[in-house]
Design a protein around this ligand. Structure first.
Ligand SMILES: [Zn+2]
Ligand SMILES: [Zn+2]
Length: 341
């Protein structure tokens, strides 16, 4: 007679630093320096510097070195390819693509006859700048819920880019300033523009250049870009300029000729948010799953148990519960201020 699988809550705990795997003695995405860390992806709310050892995809490690130069000198950074399995303590660990940003992974943990998937952040819309999400059937699924409310339904990103290009044709004398997060969204918007046939140079705020080059170094083609700094006011007429969301509202944008201020984010579904930020052209382009994708993914991995983290946890818990899934909110500290919506 074989022993019954151990319930996930007996070997995965929530500590002050986040999710901790007891038999592997590691944290997943710890919010403060930990002895052993497995990192799902490079966004700042998941990838913090200063851990003893780090297991992550090579892309995530490269992003961390880029953002935290001190990381380059630290030993114990181990890249793991998608699909490759490694033992950490008594736990078999595997990374599979999450479809969120370059290098983003779900962490598949197997212990005591039980498989748990910690999905990090993920999306299901196509995005050629990263490997597509791969559903893994499991006994427990840890899901984000950034856009876990029925109001959040993301349209096809290609249709949003078509609206940007239509505005550009309509206002050929105005610059189009698009607020984008520097890691993931910037490069996805560039790629979407190229797929839509736009082949003009796109002008980048200085804060976006390094990570865009890092994507290129990983083989992602993004077409011609120019630094916005140094381009004359007239040169930017009728052109697309990408900048971090904060720069769109600041002095920085005053150098642009009569800019149409756009922003690419899942939050642009909420008109009020767009207005507050002074966004004239809201573009609903998100790197997170929307309400339908979250629920479809939970059904697809067919886990009898789901743990919901950072976001609208209650609504997701309720929706999963009504479909007969044991769902609970997993309160993880330090997840305020999600990066890269
Ligand atoms: Zn993220
Ligand atoms: Zn996140």
């Amino acid at each position: 007679m074989t022993a019954a699988p151990l319930p996930p809550s007996s070997w995965l705990r929530v500590t002050a630093s986040g999710l901790f795997c007891v038999p592997g003695a590691f944290h997943v995405d710890p919010t403060r320096p930990a002895e052993r860390a497995i990192i799902t992806h490079g966004h700042a709310d998941h990838a913090r510097p200063g851990h003893g050892s780090v297991l992550a995809t090579a892309e995530t490690l490269a992003i961390m070195r880029h953002r935290y130069p001190d990381e380059a000198d630290r030993p114990g950074r181990m890249p793991l390819s998608f699909g490759q399995s490694v033992a950490v303590g008594d736990v078999a660990v595997k990374l599979v693509p999450a479809g969120h940003i370059l290098g983003s992974a779900q962490v598949v943990l197997e212990f005591g006859g039980c498989r748990v998937v910690v999905s990090g952040d993920y999306k299901r819309q196509p995005d050629p700048t990263c490997s597509p999400f791969e559903p893994v059937p499991c006994d427990a699924f840890v899901s984000e819920a950034t856009f876990g409310l029925p109001v959040f339904r993301h349209p096809d990103a290609r249709a949003e880019i078509a609206r940007l290009l239509a505005s550009l044709r309509r206002f050929p004398d105005r610059a189009h300033l698009v607020g984008v997060y520097g890691l993931g969204k910037c490069q996805r918007v560039l790629h979407l523009l190229r797929d839509a046939g736009y082949d003009e140079p796109v002008y980048l705020h200085g804060a976006l250049i390094g990570l865009t080059d890092l994507y290129r170094a990983h083989g992602i083609e993004l077409g011609p870009t120019e630094p916005a700094l140094g381009a004359s006011r007239d040169a930017l007429r009728g052109k697309i300029v990408l900048a971090p969301p904060s720069a769109a509202a600041e002095r920085w944008s005053r150098r642009l000729p009569d800019p149409v201020v756009a922003m690419a984010s899942g939050w642009m579904r909420v008109r009020q948010r767009a207005r507050q930020r002074g966004v004239e052209l809201p573009l609903i382009i998100s790197d997170h799953a929307d309400w339908d994708e979250l629920n479809a993914t939970i059904d697809e991995v067919a886990a009898p148990e789901v743990w919901i983290t950072h976001g609208a946890e209650e609504a997701m818990v309720h929706a999963a519960g009504s479909r007969g899934i044991r769902a609970r909110a997993l309160s993880l500290l330090g997840r305020e201020g999600e990066e890269g919506e």
